[in-house]
Design a protein around this ligand. Structure first.
Ligand code: NAP
Length: 292
């Protein structure tokens, strides 16, 4: 299989030898064909070539449908886009194979570029339940099998802690290609980042904008003003400049366009440091540290 070029979008090489665009559109809370279609249209127009969905977002079918309809408008084919989806926490363990195949058929795009275990725990079990590790291992084995069949071109995990990552690296046949976690100046995750580097796993950011809440941070506003960029562009650039792929979500075509304008400027070392010192372990999403 030759690496996919994703012509207009800068990429990172994954440990499978395949490429993943550094910029993708987050789709959490994009619901219904009309909203998904509008966002995907704006994103393709702005140069996004990656889209991040999940079974729990309930928009896989709409995303697949929108892409099949819109790719020809931009002279693009299936091979020009990179689609991520995720196994829901309710399907960890013995239901994983069926659930992953359901995602695959909902998207209906021949293959999924990246399929992640969304969360280390199993819905319905207490976080500290000793059945969680076994369920994760069973889910991973199912993903490995579907990867072998070519239905999932890359497989990975999300919200794993360093302990979950170490256990997976010890037991897996296929190593994860990606770890997707919350990452922004207030949550720099240095241990996970260096572990990923050591294992050759791509560290990918979600909630780069702190779900929108970081956009009004005074430091962000000041750096943005000084470099004549938007706070969102500064936050995305801060991650990209560390080699971290990002998935900003917006339902607004104008913001989708502006969030993509992040490859034509550089933050100074001083500005990078001004943001990085804001690390205080603050999460805008959930905390997986208690999951057994
Ligand atoms: P985010 O991208 O940090 O922020 C999205 C919010 O910011 C939305 O409310 C959006 O509103 C607003 N926004 C976006 N661009 C803006 C701009 N230029 N100016 C002003 N407001 C702006 O939040 P997120 O959705 O949590 O994270 C992004 C993606 O990461 C998700 O959609 C999902 O794909 C993925 N994710 C994965 C996990 C996981 O467990 N693996 C968890 C969370 C997220 P509008 O839509 O109105 O523009």
């Amino acid at each position: 299989m030759s690496p996919t070029p994703f012509s207009s979008s800068p990429c990172v090489a994954l440990n499978t030898g395949l490429q993943m665009p550094l910029l993708g559109l987050g789709t959490y809370k994009l619901c219904g064909l009309q909203d998904v279609y509008r966002a995907v249209d704006a994103a393709l127009c702005a140069g996004y070539r990656a889209f991040d969905s999940a079974a729990v977002y309930r928009n896989e079918a709409e995303l697949g449908k929108a892409l099949r309809a819109l790719l020809p408008k931009y002279g693009l084919t299936r091979e020009d886009v990179f689609i991520t989806s995720k196994l829901g926490p309710k399907d960890q363990g013995e239901k994983a194979m069926e659930a992953a195949l359901h995602s695959w058929s909902q998207l209906d795009l021949d293959y999924i570029d990246l399929y992640l275990i969304h969360w280390p725990g199993t819905q319905g079990l207490p976080v500290g339940d000793e059945r969680n590790p076994g369920n994760r291992a069973q889910s991973w084995a199912s993903l490995e099998e579907l990867h072998g069949q070519g239905k999932l071109r890359n497989i990975g995990v999300s919200n794993y802690t360093p302990a979950h990552m170490r256990a997976l690296m010890q037991s897996c046949k296929v190593p994860p290609a990606v770890l997707q976690v919350e990452f922004h100046p207030r949550l720099c995750q240095p241990e996970l980042m260096s572990l990923c580097k050591q294992y050759g796993v791509c560290f990918q950011a979600y909630s780069s904008l702190g779900k929108g809440e970081l956009l009004s941070d005074p430091v962000m506003l000041d750096v943005a003003k000084n470099c004549e960029r938007t706070p969102a562009q500064v936050l995305l650039r801060w991650a990209l400049q560390q080699g971290v792929p990002v998935l900003p979500k917006s339902s607004n075509p104008e913001r989708i366009q502006r969030n993509a304008e992040v490859f034509d400027f550089t933050l100074s070392e001083t500005d990078m440091d001004r943001l990085s010192v804001l690390d205080c372990g603050q999460r805008f999403c959930w905390d997986p540290s208690e999951v057994a």
